[in-house]
Design a protein around this ligand. Structure first.
Ligand SMILES: Nc1ncnc2c1ncn2[C@@H]1O[C@H](COP(=O)(O)OP(=O)(O)OP(=O)(O)O)[C@@H](O)[C@H]1O
Ligand SMILES: [Mg+2]
Length: 247
């Protein structure tokens, strides 16, 4: 379980996150929705310290990291949290000069310090999960965007993080490729992995989420299970957002 408390993050004078509190349950899928600029990516990046919060706390297992301007986080703590999180980006971010299999093996060898044979076995096993074993010797540019994103997910999973973070995993894809990536994420949700997903795909959000967070102007202004949030919320800002998306 991940818990964040009173997270704040500013860029210059602009407060991108303001007093953000949330709990991400183990084995559950949380979806973060909200309009452009509401702070979704910033929150996700704070969870694996690609951005370091100005204030607040991040807790996982028995560990609590406390942030403040005065107190500088130790590098080993930062690396520890990063190791526990896997990030899937909009633009896949595969290594272009490595094959599909090598892309997955790389982190297993360098981060997990496992030998080449074990890395290869893990790579194949994770490619099987996303249905791409037959593509293992290709380079990223020889794959469709949907296939590249599935490789990126396999690569993230192979490092056995406590939580997988996705920042708009399908928004760079042609519409006909979105479904195959969403299906992989839905299948993973059933395996008991913890996932946090920023997405504009509302139908997918309703289907996959155990819990939904709605962000507006740097704050979480509503949250609940999909049915509560999408069908029964009285929050005017959420209603306005959903209306805008639906039309
Ligand atoms: N590195 C940065 N420097 C300055 N401002 C930033 C930086 N990162 C984010 N911001 C600002 O913080 C706000 C929140 O940005 P963020 O990327 O978190 O929004 P978002 O909800 O992910 O939006 P989108 O749906 O468009 O991806 C925006 O106003 C953005 O311009
Ligand atoms: Mg974003």
């Amino acid at each position: 379980m991940f818990t964040i408390k009173n997270i704040e993050k500013s860029f210059g004078d602009f407060k991108a996150l303001n007093n953000v509190n949330a709990t991400f349950e183990k084995g559950k899928t949380t979806v973060i929705i909200g309009s452009s600029g509401s702070g979704k990516s910033t929150l996700l990046r704070c969870l694996n310290l690609l951005e370091v919060p100005d204030f607040g706390e991040i807790s996982y297992d028995n560990e609590t990291l406390t942030f403040s301007k005065e107190h500088k986080l130790k590098t080993n703590k930062k690396l520890e949290l990063r190791r526990r999180t896997g990030m899937i980006f909009q633009s896949f971010n595969l290594f272009p000069h490595l094959t599909v299999e090598e892309n997955i093996k790389e982190g297993i060898i360098t981060v997990q310090k496992r030998n080449k044979i074990m890395a290869q076995q893990a790579a194949i096993a994770h490619l099987e999960m996303v249905g791409l074993v037959d593509q293992k010797d290709k380079y990223p540019h020889q794959l469709s965007g949907g296939q590249q994103q599935r490789v990126a997910i396999a690569r993230g999973m192979a490092l056995k993080p406590d939580v997988l973070l996705y920042d708009e995993p399908t928004s760079a894809l042609d519409p006909e490729l979105v479904g195959e990536v969403l299906n992989v994420i839905k299948d993973l949700a059933k395996t008991g992995i913890t996932q946090i997903i920023v997405t504009h795909e509302m139908k997918f959000a309703q289907e996959v989420a155990d819990h939904v967070l709605f962000m507006d102007k740097g704050e979480i202004v509503d949250q609940g299970n999909p049915s509560e949030l999408f069908n029964h919320s009285n929050n005017p800002r959420l209603k306005q957002f959903l209306n805008r998306i639906n039309h």
